[in-house]
Design a protein around this ligand. Sequence first.
Ligand SMILES: NC(=O)c1ccc[n+]([C@@H]2O[C@H](COP(=O)([O-])OP(=O)(O)OC[C@H]3O[C@@H](n4cnc5c(N)ncnc54)[C@H](O)[C@@H]3O)[C@@H](O)[C@H]2O)c1
Length: 458
Amino acid sequence: MNFGKNILCIGAGYVGGPTMAVIAMKCPEYKITVVDTNEDRIKAWNSNHLPIFEPRLEEIVGQTRGVNLFFSTDIKNSIKEAEIIFVSVNTPTKTFGYGAGMASDLQYWEKTAYQIIENSEDPKIIVEKSTLPVKKAQAMERILKESKNHLHFEVISNPEFLAEGSAIRDLIEPDRVLIGSHQTESGLKAAIEIVDIYAHWVPREKIITTNLWSSELSKLVANAFLAQRISSINSVSALCEKTEADVSEIAYAVGTDSRIGSKFLNASLGFGGSCFKKDILNLVYIARNYGLTEVADYWEMVIKINEYQQERFVRNIIKAMFNTVVDKKIAIFGFAFKANTGDTRESPGKYVAKKLLEERAILSITDSQALDNARLDLAGMDGNVIYETDPFKAAIDASAIVVVTEWEIFKYLDYERIFEKMKKPAFIFDGRNILNHQQLFKIGFNVYPIGKPSLTHF
Ligand SMILES: NC(=O)c1ccc[n+]([C@@H]2O[C@H](COP(=O)([O-])OP(=O)(O)OC[C@H]3O[C@@H](n4cnc5c(N)ncnc54)[C@H](O)[C@@H]3O)[C@@H](O)[C@H]2O)c1
C-alpha cells in the first residue's frame, strides 16, 4: 500500500505506544512505525499481551497493527524511511554526576540524535515528544547539524499531556495540543506539517502553536501546577487532622470558586508517577542554574510536602496500630501510582510497602494490573510479601487494610464479609478517601481517612 506520510516514533513506552496508536487510527493514510531498543517491549507490542495497560489501548492497537501501525526493532531502516520522527524516549532524573537527583538524564534522548544523523539520507522533521528541560532542542539541533550529508533537520517541540489511566481518552479528546517551533520560515513550515497530523481529529482552536522554548517550558510548568494543587490540599489535610475540619468539605467549598475549580483537590497519601516529581525537579534545577533561588525553593516545596505526606501516612498507620506492626499482616489495596494503570514508577504504594516491610510487617498486596511491577519493585525485600489478585483473599487474617490506589473495585467490596475474616481490632487506612467511612465504622472497623477525623471504637 502507498502511504501518504511516513512517520516514525523512537521509544515504544507509555507515551510512544498509545500516541502512535491513536495517530494511526485517526490518520489511516499515514504509515506509522514505532521502534525501540528493548526487544521484549517490541515483542509484547506485537503480541496479544501489550506491554502496558490503558483502557481501550488493546482495541485500537488491534484495529491498526499490521494495517498502518508497525512495531519494530529495525531502528536504522526505519529512520532512513521516515519523513517525520517523533522522539519519545525516557528522560528520567539523573542518578549520577552533576545534577544527580535533580536534572534530567538526557543520554537516551541524545543517543537518538546520533542515530538520526547516522541513518538519514534526506532532511527530516524531528519532533520532541519526550519532556525536556527548556532550551534542549538547541542541543539536539547542534548534534543534528553535524550530519555528514549536511542535511537540514527542523526540530519541533510537541510535549505530551496525556495522563496514564486515561491516555487514550486524553489523546482522542485533548484539552490542547502544543506545537513549538522556531519562528523562521522553515520552522513555521515544519510546525504546519505537525499541525496537519493532529488536525485530522483535534479542532484547530485546540492546537496551540508557540515558539520552541515556550512549548518546552509549558510542559514542565503544567505538571508543576498540577502537582502544586495536590501538595496544597495535602498540606491542608494535615491541618484538618489536627483541628477536626474535614478536607473534603474544604476542597468542595474552595473548588466551587470558579477561579479555583474543583479538579486535583482530592487529598491523598501523595502523588506518584514518572513525571510530576521529575519535571518539578527539572524546573527547580533550571531555576537554580539561572540563579533564581526563590523560584527554585518555591517549587521544591511541592515535592517536600509530597514526601512529608507519604511519611506522615505511614507514621499514622504505625501509631494507630499501637506503635508496632511487627509480624502483623497488612493488606495493601493497590500498588499502581494511580487507578487504571499498571505503572508503579514513584508510586506512593511502593513507599508505604517498603516502609512497612522495614517495620517488619507481613504484606499481602492486591492490584489488578500492577502485581508484576510490584514484584520487580520489591525484589530482594519481599520475603514477607504475598501477591494476591483477589482483595478478599488478601485481607484474610490481616489486622489492617491500607488503600494506596483509587481503583473503583475497592469501593464496592463486601466489607462486612472482609471484616469477619480479619484479625481484631481491624483497621482501615484510606490513603485515597474513596471508601464509605461511616459504613465501615458501623461494620466495626477503626477507620483512618486522610484529612478527616478518624472513626475508632477505642
Ligand atoms: N508516562 C507519562 O504519563 C508521560 C506523559 C507525558 C510525557 N511523558 C514524557 O514522555 C517521555 C517518555 O515517557 P514514557 O513514560 O513513555 O517512558 P518509557 O520509559 O515508558 O518509554 C521510553 C522507551 O524509550 C526506549 N528508548 C530509550 N532510548 C532509546 C533509543 N536510543 N532508541 C530507541 N528506543 C529507546 C526505551 O527502551 C523505552 O521503551 C518522557 O520524557 C516522559 O517524561 C510521559
